[in-house]
Design a protein around this ligand. Sequence first.
Ligand SMILES: Nc1nc2c(ncn2[C@@H]2O[C@H](COP(=O)(O)OP(=O)(O)OP(=O)(O)O)[C@@H](O)[C@H]2O)c(=O)[nH]1
Length: 526
Amino acid sequence: MVLNELGTRISSALQALSKEPVIDEKAVDALLREICGALLESDVNVMLVHKLRQNVKKRVDMGALATSGNKRKVIQTAVFDELCSLVDPGVQPWKPRKGKQNVIMFVGLQGSGKTTSCTKLAAYYKRKGMKVGLVCADTFRAGAFDQLKQNASRAHIPFYGSYAEADPVQIAMDGVAQFKDSKFELIIVDTSGRHKQEAELFAEMEQIAAAIKPDNTIFVMDGTIGQAADSQARAFKESVDIGSIIITKMDGHAKGGGAISAVAATGSPIVFIGTGEHVHDLDQFSARPFVSKMLGMGDISGLVETVQDMHLEKNEDMMKNLAKGVFTLKDMRDQLQNILNMGPLNKLMGMVPGMSPEMMKGFDADESTRRLRSYMSVFDSMTEIELNSDGKYFEDESRLRRVARGSGVRPVEIQALLHQHRQFGQIVKKMGGPKGMLGKMNPAAMQQMAKNPGAMNPNMLKQMGGMGGMQKMIQQMGGMGGVQNMMKQMMGGGGGGAGGGLGGLGNMQEMMQQMMGGFGGGGSQR
Ligand SMILES: Nc1nc2c(ncn2[C@@H]2O[C@H](COP(=O)(O)OP(=O)(O)OP(=O)(O)O)[C@@H](O)[C@H]2O)c(=O)[nH]1
């Protein structure tokens, strides 16, 4: 059973419990039977499933609960916590430190997705503002260096490798030394893999590790290998000092349960999961947000991080404009560009609470991205004066036709784009200005909030009129109903069509900030 189905089955079982007229031992047994059955079908290790059942039963003492009105909640919380324990070894994962020279070594069997994951991780930390370089120390597989070179070039990441040198230890040392000399902050070394867990593979890994002394060794494992994951994870763990784990191929039809539960049992934390072949298809892994997302409950901490990665605070002009209640076409373009930089839209939406996999069905991320790109060419065809305006110049049809010709986008679609811009501009106008919520904040406070929306300080909150002010702000945006509507629009549904989709995107960052402000402190989960 793939993970999406597993999530749906567990959450359905939990919902069914809410409808039971009597919560007794029999009802709990039926719930656990359903959950454990689903976990086993997803390849989760049988011993771990057994432990989960025992632990939930231990926590749910029906005798003590007999008089409690809160039985359902206690049971649901116990199940949630135990699912989290299943994937959490309780170890704080290592993280590279900015301003230092961090070296990471990748290990794993051939074909596990090592080389692909190296580039994904490099791109991830590049987005976080680090100076990252990649070293290919795989001399075993012909073509490995070309693959890394190609991936790295596409992601604009500097790389090091050699066609002439046959000794992987030498290449690893030279690459690390070169990047260290050039003051790189994060150096990622890809090593070779073999088909089997062979002595030569482990010997080579040990030699490279001894030569470059990595700060962290990441073990990459294929998420589709099912129950075999257990022995593989343990074998690697015994041979090298595995600090963290990345599970790949968790998209599509991977059952994933085998790999995830097996590595959690070895005591090393899973730090990321690979969810596709593209460079952005890498999700940070954390037990609670992962389980929450799997059960269709969203991932607020992931959203907070994504907003932080947008570096809104660097967009000073837009911040100032928003405070004044002004929203130009350029502001809209910059926001859309930020969203495009964040990777696939479906990933972003999967983090929104209430966005169950069911609701995501029919959402075509590639189509939305293509549409967004076409809008970027619309903006590219505008003059600086037009971009800095509220769109009024396009009342002149000849300008509209010129932009349509320049961008290859139909005038009707450009009109829809301008309409969406106007609509959002009206909201900004209401919220900005001296009386509006945004206008009451000084630009420095706005920047601070954009930088770290999850940890808004109390002063800032006071400035915005406290939690009451927040609620008012959400009401101004049309409340949570408005947010849901916007999501529908983004997905191209609800008759919004092309323009409707864009309107939703224009609101995206705004909405995310508001949601995060509303939930507060969500970022601290990670
Ligand atoms: N669907 C999917 N495919 C992936 C993912 N990660 C890697 N792949 C694919 O898996 C295949 C093997 O990946 P590589 O990165 O070449 O594997 P490797 O472990 O470096 O292999 P060696 O270099 O031979 O040791 C490639 O076709 C990748 O595109 C993932 O998260 N999802």
